[in-house]
Unconditional design. Structure first.
Ligand SMILES: *[C@@H]1O[C@H](CO)[C@@H](O)[C@H](O)[C@H]1NC(C)=O
Ligand SMILES: *[C@@H]1O[C@H](CO)[C@@H](O)[C@H](O)[C@H]1NC(C)=O
Ligand SMILES: *[C@@H]1O[C@H](CO)[C@@H](O)[C@H](O)[C@H]1NC(C)=O
Ligand SMILES: *[C@@H]1O[C@H](CO)[C@@H](O)[C@H](O)[C@H]1NC(C)=O
Ligand SMILES: *[C@@H]1O[C@H](CO)[C@@H](O)[C@H](O)[C@H]1NC(C)=O
Ligand SMILES: *[C@@H]1O[C@H](CO)[C@@H](O)[C@H](O)[C@H]1NC(C)=O
Ligand SMILES: *[C@@H]1O[C@H](CO)[C@@H](O)[C@H](O)[C@H]1NC(C)=O
Ligand SMILES: *[C@@H]1O[C@H](CO)[C@@H](O)[C@H](O)[C@H]1NC(C)=O
Ligand SMILES: *[C@@H]1O[C@H](CO)[C@@H](O)[C@H](O)[C@H]1NC(C)=O
Ligand SMILES: *[C@@H]1O[C@H](CO)[C@@H](O)[C@H](O)[C@H]1NC(C)=O
Ligand SMILES: *[C@@H]1O[C@H](CO)[C@@H](O)[C@H](O)[C@H]1NC(C)=O
Length: 377
C-alpha cells in the first residue's frame, strides 16, 4: 500500500515537472543554466562573499541570479553589499554575461579605481546600479551608448569626474541618481536644453553634488519630470518668479539651496502636482505664502529651520492630504489655527521652536501631537 502511494506520488511529481518545464521553456532539458554563464559566475564567485553558488547545480536557482525563463540566459545580477576590497581581474568574467539587463553592484569596490568601459557593452542593459563603488575619474563615454538604459545609479562615487559632455550624454535615462558625486563643474541650467525626454516619468537625484547655477522655471517645466532631489547644494540658487506651465514635478527637495529674495516664490503655487516639498534650512526669511494652500496633493511639507515669520494661515487646513508637517525652528507667531484639527491624516507634526501658542480648546489627537510639547507652556 505504502509503495503504491509512493509510486502515485512519483508519477504526479513527474507529470508536474513535465508540465512546468513544458510551459516555461517548451523543452525538457534541465538545468536552465548555460555552461558558459555557469563558469563566468563561478569565476566571479572567487572574488565575492556569496553562498549557494555551487558548481554542478543550476545557476538559475542561485541567490542573486535571475535567468530569463525561456532562454536560460542570466539577465539579472544583484551583488550589492557582496564585495571584497581591492582589484582582482577575476571579476572581469562579469563581462562575459552579455545578456544582462539588470546589474546591481552597489556598495562594493571590486573594480577600480576607474569605472570599466566594458559596462557599455551590455547591449540590453536597462538598470545599472554602481552606487557607492569607489569609482574615480572619468565616466566612460561607452556607458552613454547603452540605448535601453532606463535607470542609472552612480551615487556615492565621490571622486568621479563629471564634465558637461558626459553629463549631457547621460541625460537620457528615466532615473538618474548621481547624489554624492562631484558635479561642481556642472551647471544645473544645462538640464533645460533637454527638450526630448522620451520617458513618461523622470527622476533626478542630484543631492549633495555641489552642482551650481540656477534652478529656473525652464527646469521645473520639463515635461514628465516627476522627482527632483537637490538637497544640500549650497551653491545652487532658486530663481523661479514665474511658472507658466503645468509642471508635473511631484517630489521636490531643495534643502540648503539659496532662494532669490529669501522667500518661497509665489510661483510654487503652480506646482499643483506636488506631493512632497522639502525646504529645510534654505535661509527663508518671509511669511508662508497663502497660495501654498493651492498645493492640494501635498502629503509631506517640511519648511523647518528657516527664519519664516508671521502666523500660520487657517487656509493651511486645505492641505487635507498632509501626513507630515514640519514647521519647527522658525519665527512663526500667533495661534495654531483651530482648523488644524481638520488635518486628519497627519501622523507627524512638528511646530517646536517657534513663538506659537496653542488654543487648549482645539483637540489634536495624541498620535498627531508628537512635537507640540516644546511650545505648550
Ligand atoms: C582574487 O581571485 C583569486 C581567485 O581567482 C582569489 O583566490 C583571491 O583571493 C582574490 N584576491 C583578491 C585580493 O580579491
Ligand atoms: C565545474 O565542474 C565541472 C565538472 O565537474 C568542471 O569541469 C569545471 O571545471 C568546474 N568549474 C569550475 C569553475 O570549478
Ligand atoms: C589585470 O589585467 C590587465 C590586462 O587585462 C593587466 O594589465 C593588469 O596588470 C591586471 N591586474 C592585476 C591586478 O592582475
Ligand atoms: C537583446 O535583446 C534582443 C531583443 O529582445 C534580443 O534579440 C537579443 O538577443 C538580446 N541580446 C543579448 C546579447 O542578450
Ligand atoms: C542601488 O542599490 C542600492 C543598494 O541595494 C539601493 O539602496 C538603491 O536604491 C539602488 N538604486 C536604485 C536606483 O534602485
Ligand atoms: C562639496 O563642497 C564641499 C566644500 O565646499 C566639500 O566639503 C564636499 O566634499 C563637496 N561635495 C562633493 C560631493 O564633492
Ligand atoms: C534629443 O535631442 C538631442 C539634441 O538636443 C539629440 O542629440 C538627441 O539625439 C535627441 N534624442 C532623441 C532620442 O531624439
Ligand atoms: C501660474 O500659471 C498660470 C498659467 O498656467 C499663469 O497665468 C500664472 O502667471 C502663473 N503664476 C505664477 C506666479 O507663476
Ligand atoms: C494647465 O492645465 C489646464 C487644465 O488642465 C489648462 O487649461 C491650461 O491651459 C494648462 N496651462 C498650460 C500653461 O499648459
Ligand atoms: C530677515 O530679513 C530682514 C529684513 O527684511 C532682516 O532685517 C533680517 O536680518 C533677516 N533675518 C535673517 C535671519 O536673515
Ligand atoms: C527670530 O526673530 C528674532 C528677532 O525678532 C531673532 O533674534 C531670532 O534669531 C529669530 N529666529 C530665527 C530662528 O530666525
Amino acid at each position: 500500500m505504502g509503495s503504491l502511494l509512493l509510486l502515485q506520488f512519483q508519477i504526479i511529481l513527474c507529470l508536474h515537472m513535465f508540465f512546468t518545464s513544458f510551459s516555461s521553456s517548451s523543452s525538457l532539458s534541465l538545468p536552465l543554466c548555460h555552461p558558459d554563464q555557469n563558469s563566468a559566475l563561478l569565476q566571479l564567485k572567487n572574488s565575492l562573499k556569496v553562498d549557494g553558488w555551487e558548481n554542478g547545480t543550476d545557476c538559475c536557482s542561485w541567490p542573486a541570479v535571475t535567468c530569463e525563463s525561456t532562454s536560460g540566459h542570466v539577465i539579472g545580477l544583484d551583488l550589492s553589499w557582496h564585495g571584497l576590497e581591492g582589484k582582482n581581474n577575476s571579476t572581469s568574467s562579469l563581462f562575459h554575461l552579455t545578456h544582462l539587463q539588470k546589474i546591481n553592484l552597489a556598495h562594493n569596490s571590486f573594480y577600480g579605481p576607474l569605472l570599466p568601459s566594458q559596462f557599455g557593452g551590455f547591449v540590453n542593459l536597462t538598470h545599472l546600479n554602481l552606487s557607492w563603488c569607489s569609482f574615480e575619474g572619468d565616466i566612460p563615454s561607452k556607458i552613454s551608448y547603452l540605448s535601453k538604459l532606463v535607470s542609472l545609479d552612480l551615487s556615492g562615487n565621490l571622486n568621479l569626474k563629471w564634465t558637461e559632455t558626459t553629463w549631457k550624454r547621460l541625460l537620457r535615462n528615466a532615473e538618474i541618481f548621481l547624489d554624492y558625486t562631484d558635479m561642481s563643474s556642472i551647471r544645473l541650467s544645462s538640464l533645460s536644453l533637454i527638450t526630448n525626454w522620451s520617458f513618461s516619468s523622470v527622476t533626478l537625484g542630484l543631492s549633495n553634488t555641489n552642482i551650481t547655477g540656477y534652478l529656473t522655471s525652464d527646469i521645473l517645466c520639463l515635461p514628465n519630470l516627476k522627482e527632483l532631489h537637490l538637497y544640500g547644494n549650497t551653491y545652487l540658487q532658486v530663481h523661479v518668479s514665474r511658472l507658466n506651465c503645468n509642471a508635473s514635478v511631484s517630489i521636490l527637495d531643495l534643502s540648503f539651496c539659496e532662494f532669490q529674495g529669501s522667500m518661497i516664490p509665489s510661483s510654487f503655487s503652480n506646482l499643483t502636482y506636488l506631493t512632497s516639498l522639502t525646504l529645510f534650512e534654505c535661509g527663508l526669511n518671509g511669511s508662508i505664502p497663502s497660495s501654498l494652500s493651492n498645493l492640494q496633493h501635498l502629503t509631506h511639507l517640511d519648511l523647518s529651520s528657516n527664519s519664516i515669520f508671521g502666523s500660520i494661515l487657517s487656509s493651511f487646513s486645505n492641505l487635507q492630504h498632509l501626513t507630515y508637517l514640519d514647521l519647527s525652528n522658525n519665527n512663526l507667531t500667533g495661534a495654531v489655527p483651530a482648523s488644524f484639527s481638520k488635518l486628519e491624516l497627519l501622523t507627524h507634526l512638528d511646530l517646536s521652536s517657534n513663538e506659537l501658542w496653542f488654543n487648549p480648546f482645539i483637540s489634536l489627537e495624541a498620535s498627531r501631537s508628537c512635537c507640540l510639547g516644546s511650545f505648550l507652556q
